[in-house]
Every structure is written in structure tokens, then in C-alpha cells.
Write a protein that binds this ligand. Structure first.
Ligand SMILES: Nc1ncnc2c1ncn2[C@@H]1O[C@H](COP(=O)(O)OP(=O)(O)OP(=O)(O)O)[C@@H](O)[C@H]1O
Length: 243
């Protein structure tokens, strides 16, 4: 499998009021094309920062990040970064961030408006994305008329509607019960399998890692180990020992 994401000696240092915080400390790693990859680690270890760097939501202090052939560290202007975000990656967050005054289908269409896709084609693509996440029939509802699990699936439809190469998910099940968490994971696996989307997911839920191809464990801004399924038992045991 070829690699789709490559981080080379990446650092992120924040200058906060209490001094400098090293959020990511010289990370070198890759994610392969079509992988379902997870990042785990204690609170404050740098997981979200890593996802933001890969997604061009934030810039590294040092180092190189290549995603789908784009050296994102060389994108100088905010417009270039914004274009990269819109064309290459899709984001899913713990809080779904749907726009309450827009209907479900209009929420899903948002990334397509930025791309300048005409109205009719937009609607067709949005309905197809809603079908893909198992939500046909709710397109004219408003987000607050849906359950949390359904709202997250709308957010996933919005993330995939522009056909990104990479889906970046930050605690996507953090606000969901066990059944809805399972549904989201099954959906990710389907997107991975059927659409070939590479997925990078940050999670605190260790039960979810069994669905992933590889898992990076972070601590204090570093990746301390990368696990394959044969070592997931060892990874889970290391968390149990710590808590
Ligand atoms: N904008 C910022 N300014 C200053 N410090 C920040 C900023 N964003 C993150 N940090 C710090 O960087 C470190 C890593 O934060 P990050 O959110 O990436 O960790 P995390 O592993 O995702 O944590 P959690 O599991 O709690 O979400 C923390 O010490 C955090 O306080």
C-alpha cells in the first residue's frame, strides 16, 4: 500500500500566556492509502493538534506534511489552505457543528457551494451522500429534529459529499451512546471499503480500535508506538495499567 499522509519531523509549539507548550514533538509517521488509522493517548498528548495539522486547520512550527501529494506546509496563503481543506480532506468532530437554521440537505451541500458546483448537481450529490450514510428521507428536516446519532451521520455525509481522499475524525463517537457509536464505526468501515477513503480517527474509546488497521499511541506530543491488530491487547492492557 502506498502512503497518502507523510509527516516528517513535525513540531507544533504554542505560545500561550503561561509560556510555550510543545503540543507535537518531532513526529515522523505515515498513513497508507485506504487505511483506517487511529490515534489514541491521554488528554493533552497532542492528538487533536495532529489532526488539525494534517487537515490544514493549523500550521506546524517545523517539519513537513504531505497529504495526497500536496506539501501542505508549502501552502502559504489562507486561500490555498482553504482550497486544500475543501478538496482533499473531510472533517468530522465530536460536536457535530451542523447549521441549525439550514435543512439537513442544505447542511450537506455546504462544501459543494464553496466548490462552485451548480445547485442541481449539488442537491443530487447531497442526496447520494445522505443515502450512503443511511439517512434518506430526512433531507428536509432541521438538525434539531434528529437524534444525536442521526446528526453525526449528517455531519459524516457533509464530510464525504465532496469526495475527499482523507476523512479526519476527532472523537466522532464522543457524544454518542454505544449503539450509535457502533453505527458510526460501521459507516466508517463501509466508506473505507466501498469508497476507498482513508480515515484517521482520534478516539478515547479503546473498544473502537479493533476496527482499525493501525493505531498510534501518543504521549506528551510524541508517538511512542504504532500498533497492528496482533498487539491491540497489549495496547489496551497498557492503558488499564495506567488508570
Ligand atoms: N491553541 C492552543 N494554544 C495553546 N496551547 C494549546 C492550543 N491547542 C492545544 N494546546 C495545548 O497543546 C497540548 C496538546 O493539546 P491537544 O488538544 O492536541 O491534546 P489531545 O491529546 O487532543 O487532548 P484531548 O484528548 O483532551 O482532546 C495541550 O497541552 C494543550 O493544552
Amino acid at each position: 500500500m502506498s502512503e497518502i499522509i507523510r509527516l516528517e519531523n513535525v513540531w507544533k509549539i504554542y505560545n500561550g500566556s503561561a509560556g510555550q507548550v510543545v503540543a507535537v514533538r518531532g513526529v515522523t509517521m505515515n498513513v497508507k492509502q485506504g487505511e483506517f488509522f487511529a490515534i489514541v493517548g491521554p488528554s493533552g498528548s497532542g492528538k487533536t493538534t495532529m489532526l488539525h495539522l494534517m487537515g490544514g486547520l493549523d500550521r506546524p512550527t517545523r517539519g513537513s506534511i504531505v497529504v495526497a501529494g500536496v506539501e501542505i506546509t508549502s501552502l502559504r496563503s489562507d486561500a490555498e489552505l482553504s482550497r486544500y481543506r475543501n478538496e482533499t480532506v473531510g472533517f468530522v468532530f465530536q460536536l457535530f457543528y451542523l447549521v441549525p437554521r439550514l435543512r439537513v440537505v442544505e447542511n450537506v451541500e455546504l462544501p459543494l457551494i464553496k466548490r462552485g458546483i451548480p445547485r442541481e448537481a449539488r442537491r443530487k450529490m447531497a442526496l447520494e451522500a445522505l443515502r450512503m450514510v443511511g439517512l434518506e428521507g430526512v433531507e428536509n428536516k432541521y438538525p434539531n429534529q434528529l437524534s444525536g446519532g442521526e446528526q453525526q451521520r449528517v455531519a459524516i455525509a457533509r464530510a464525504i459529499v465532496a469526495r475527499p481522499k482523507v476523512l479526519l475524525a476527532d472523537e466522532p463517537t464522543g457524544n454518542l451512546d454505544a449503539a450509535n457509536s457502533q453505527a458510526v464505526i460501521e459507516l466508517f468501515k463501509k466508506l473505507d471499503r466501498e469508497k476507498g477513503i482513508t480515515i484517521v480517527m482520534v478516539t478515547h474509546n479503546l473498544e473502537l480500535i479493533w476496527h482499525c488497521n493501525r493505531v498510534a499511541r501518543m504521549h506528551s506530543g510524541s508517538i511512542v508506538d504504532i500498533y497492528t491488530p496482533d498487539r491491540y491487547g497489549e495496547l489496551i492492557a497498557s492503558f488499564v495499567k495506567r488508570s
